[in-house]
Design a protein around this ligand. Structure first.
Ligand code: GDP
Length: 297
């Protein structure tokens, strides 16, 4: 389950704090030291943990907290607020143009991150909200990827535009937008090719699409289970291509939560959605405050 081990640890630490009644500065410091360990064990980026503990300590070691009637509760509240801030403080939604314009979303990510599945999940959500999405198979390396998009598009009742594997992705994208204009589709979602690792060719291909197509936003899909690797991948994509939003998949299987907790703080880019399972309905809007409360139990 998402964040399970981190959540267990934090809840234990705070149980001790809550049960104590009056707290000294040393009590708070000792508890925050344990929080620090728990976050590091959850694979949260070291820099992020350091800054987080510093901020929480500054807020928690004031007389107004220590002399309050429920100091334990107040420390927990501060941790909750700062965890929320870490993950983005407010909810960021997918940017969509008005219905009479075509929104173009470029999906990016490493192979296996869950990009194709997530693309279809988003298409389903958009369709549900009255948009007319068109999925576009821009992966010209793996015929199986094109086929998978087709299958998922069919499941969602969303059309899929494909031109096989003999065209350049940027040309497929261009043709897809023309197709969208003719067929009244107002959201074009480009499912680009993923590789096993970040490489020059992949980046150049994405840059070519970005520079020649009027992209409304770029969305990076990363796998929560890869922890800090996901954060590193996001940093590289952001530097080379520029990302507008992030989707973290497989959070359902990530008991640690390091990627979800660090990625916004490290890249400055918001998490839009989280993938919570393999089914095409398992995509949730990301609410930093709810996620923080879920972690603290
Ligand atoms: P791509 O190579 O990035 O396009 O990845 P796929 O979309 O093919 O997904 C790779 C695997 O991850 C598939 O088995 C998906 O069912 C699975 N997957 C994708 N998103 C999630 C998720 O949120 N949770 C879980 N548990 N599995 C997921």
């Amino acid at each position: 389950m998402a964040f399970e081990s981190l959540s267990d640890k934090l809840q234990n630490i705070f149980k001790g704090l809550r049960g104590k009644g009056r707290l000294t500065e040393d009590d708070v410091k000792a508890a925050l030291k344990e929080v620090k360990m728990a976050l590091l064990e959850a694979d949260v980026s070291f820099k992020v943990v350091k800054q987080f503990i510093k901020t929480v300590t500054e807020r928690a070691i004031g007389q107004d907290v220590l002399n309050s009637l429920t100091p334990g509760q107040m420390v927990i509240k501060i941790v909750n607020e700062e965890l929320t801030n870490l993950m983005g403080s407010e909810t960021t939604k997918l940017k969509l143009l008005p219905d009479n314009e075509i929104t173009v979303i470029m999906m990016m990510g490493l192979q296996g991150a869950g990009k194709t599945t997530t693309t279809a999940k988003i298409a389903g959500k958009l369709k549900g909200s009255g948009k007319k999405p068109l999925l576009v198979a821009c992966d010209v390396y793996r015929p199986a990827a094109v086929e998978q998009l087709q299958i998922n598009g069919d499941k969602q009742g969303v059309p899929v535009f494909a031109m096989g594997t003999n065209h350049k992705p940027v040309d497929i994208a261009r043709a897809a937008i023309e197709h969208a204009k003719k067929n009244n589709n107002n959201v074009v979602i480009l499912d680009t090719a993923g590789r096993l690792h970040v490489d020059e060719d992949m980046m150049n291909e994405l840059i070519e699409i970005r520079d020649n197509i009027d992209i409304t936003q770029t969305v990076l899909v990363v796998d929560a289970m890869t922890g800090q690797d996901a954060v590193n991948v996001a940093t590289q994509f952001n530097e080379k291509i520029g990302i507008d939003g992030i989707i973290i998949t497989k959070l359902d299987g990530d008991t640690r939560g390091g990627a979800a907790l660090s990625i916004k703080a490290v890249t400055g880019k918001p998490i839009l959605y989280v993938g919570m399972g393999e089914k095409l309905s398992d995509l949730e809007q990301f609410y930093p405050d709810r996620m923080a409360s879920r972690i603290l139990g």
